[in-house]
Design a protein around this ligand. Structure first.
Ligand SMILES: [Zn+2]
Length: 105
């Protein structure tokens, strides 16, 4: 079983990766300002994909921040709904989840 400290560093590593990805997405979006119509259409499509990536990264950062708060307050690892201990397997897969398997559905 992992300690809260191990979970915290796992979450912080993941958070840093996501921030890096969001910055890369922003940088890429900023290079898209061509005046050529054909290129502009292709870039718009790419922009949508990139924005989607940025948004999902952002949403995960929010969940990670909430999980870090729960670690700080000692609530981490327990379901926010029923209070049951969340299984290690589930936390390995979704380290930021505040719900046990039953309550997530
Ligand atoms: Zn639950």
């Amino acid at each position: 079983m992992k300690t809260a400290e191990e979970r915290r560093s796992q979450l912080e590593t993941r958070r840093a990766e996501l921030i890096e990805r969001m910055e890369a997405v922003e940088a890429e979006l900023e290079t898209h300002n061509t005046r050529d119509w054909e290129d502009a259409a292709t870039e718009r499509e790419q922009d949508e994909v990139l924005e989607g990536m940025g948004l999902s990264a952002q949403a995960e950062v929010v969940r990670i921040d909430a999980a870090l708060d729960r670690i700080a307050s000692g609530e981490y690892g327990h379901c926010a709904v029923c209070g049951t201990r969340i299984s290690e397997e589930r936390l390995d897969l979704l380290p930021f989840t505040p719900f046990c398997r039953n309550c997530a559905r």
